[in-house]
Ligand binder design. Structure first.
Ligand SMILES: C[S@@+](CC[C@H](N)C(=O)[O-])C[C@H]1O[C@@H](n2cnc3c(N)ncnc32)[C@H](O)[C@@H]1O
Length: 395
């Protein structure tokens, strides 16, 4: 398990650390070893059975899901993965419960003492039911749950939970996505010098801050609907000396004027938004982007670019991990979404970017001059050899 380095990190007893390490190890085992085992069962037994019975191969992830569902290996894999997911959050609660007041005090102090960036919350803000009515990926209370005034619990739960969940693959600051992608864009387009950058669905801003590192002259903004995550994220950014402006705002209805940003970015955001909401988000991004600006979304690769087995594998979360919008999003075609929002087809971009933390700077910077294809086994997964998929368009 990775140890957070900033001032808001939770103090843990030896037993609590051991428990977190166990959960990280269990997840790594399920997502690597067991996932490989399940694939072998599919290739060696279930896929040939499917072909014999139907006289054709599976046409999509749903075909694979139906065929694999009764299998014992799949059931064991799924059961253990659900348990491991629940344990991620369970392992954070004891130290978090103990330090909730202390954390709130520290966050408040950081906000008062350091005057970097800003935090703008909206009293009476209506959190969309797509966030308030579910505990997405089984995170108790979800992003917006509040237990107290000026509460930061959900932000701390997400930060510490992500450290357990990602078993080190997101880097020391949990910002491998932001660092890999912002750095890639800076190298690939050296003449592009964004002055205003916006991150949608920023949660605690761990990937937002990476844009400030790569473009220190830029004004960097992050929006989210969840107040406790934004409070925590602002304090976290202050603790790390990063000037980021956090706003409570719905990405489907942004409060920014037309043409106000050079980059509009998001990471792991769209798959938590329902289909109708996604269309509104894209229309808003098109509106707030300046001509010549770049929209870029880091996401799980779309089903249309994956084999039926890999489509099934990534859609698992939609069925067993409280992610109702995950598969509907991944069934959409990114280039069609961009076109419908008003972006010209010739301005569409798509990248597969090696994780800088996993592969190191050498492999990562070589990718700047290539156009890597989606690699079913590696792209977008938290497993050996992770590579980040992103798509978008220039306005
Ligand atoms: C998976 S998290 C994103 C994590 C983060 N961007 C990252 O880099 O890992 C999804 C976030 O989107 C936020 N969200 C969901 N619907 C939203 C909306 N309509 N407008 C703004 N934020 C939203 C949630 O509150 C949550 O913090």
């Amino acid at each position: 398990m990775l140890e957070l380095k900033h001032d808001l990190k939770l103090a843990k007893t030896r037993d609590e650390k051991a428990r977190m390490n166990f959960v990280s190890g269990l997840r790594s085992y399920v997502l690597n070893d067991m996932a490989n085992g399940m694939r072998t069962v599919w290739d060696a037994q279930l896929e040939p059975d499917f072909r014999r019975a139907r006289r054709r191969g599976p046409k999509d992830g749903a075909d694979v899901h139906r065929a694999i569902k009764p299998n014992e290996y799949f059931k064991f894999y799924s059961s253990l993965r659900v348990t491991a997911q629940d344990l991620v959050w369970q392992s954070v609660f004891p130290p978090l419960d103990r330090q909730r007041d202390e954390l709130k005090r520290k966050a408040g102090e950081l906000q008062r003492r350091t005057r970097l960036g800003s935090l703008t919350l909206q009293p009476g803000f209506e959190v969309p039911r797509t966030v308030s009515a579910i505990d997405v990926h089984m995170m108790a209370g979800n992003y917006d749950g509040e237990y107290d005034t000026d509460d930061v619990t959900a932000g701390a739960l997400y930060d510490n939970g992500l450290a357990v969940f990602s078993f080190g693959l997101m880097g020391q600051n949990l910002d491998d996505i932001g660092q890999s992608i912002a750095g890639f864009i800076r190298r690939k387009y050296p003449d592009f010098r964004p002055r205003q950058i916006l991150d949608l669905g920023c949660t605690i801003g761990h990937n937002t801050g990476a844009w400030k590192d790569h473009y220190p002259q830029a004004e960097v903004h992050g929006i989210d609907v969840a107040a406790p995550c934004l409070r925590y994220g602002h304090a976290r950014a202050q603790a790390q000396g990063r000037a980021v402006h956090f706003h409570q705002m719905n990405a489907e209805k942004l409060d920014f004027p037309d043409a106000s940003f050079d980059v509009v970015f998001s990471s792991m955001f769209l798959h938590e938004v329902p289909r109708k909401g996604i269309e509104k988000v894209f229309a808003e991004v098109h509106r707030v982007l300046k001509p010549g600006g770049l929209m870029l979304h880091m996401e799980l690769p779309p089903n249309s670019q994956l084999s039926p087995y890999d489509a099934f594998y990534l859609d698992w979360d939609s069925f067993y991990n409280n992610e109702p919008f995950y598969k509907p999003f991944r069934d959409l075609k990114p280039e069609v979404l961009c076109r419908r929002a008003g972006f010209k087809p010739q301005n569409y971009v798509q990248f597969v970017i090696p994780s800088i933390g996993w592969y190191g700077e050498g492999v990562w910077s070589e990718a700047v001059n290539r156009q890597d294809e989606v690699d079913s086994d590696k792209t977008g997964r938290l497993t050996d050899g992770v590579r980040w998929y992103c798509f978008g368009a220039w306005k």
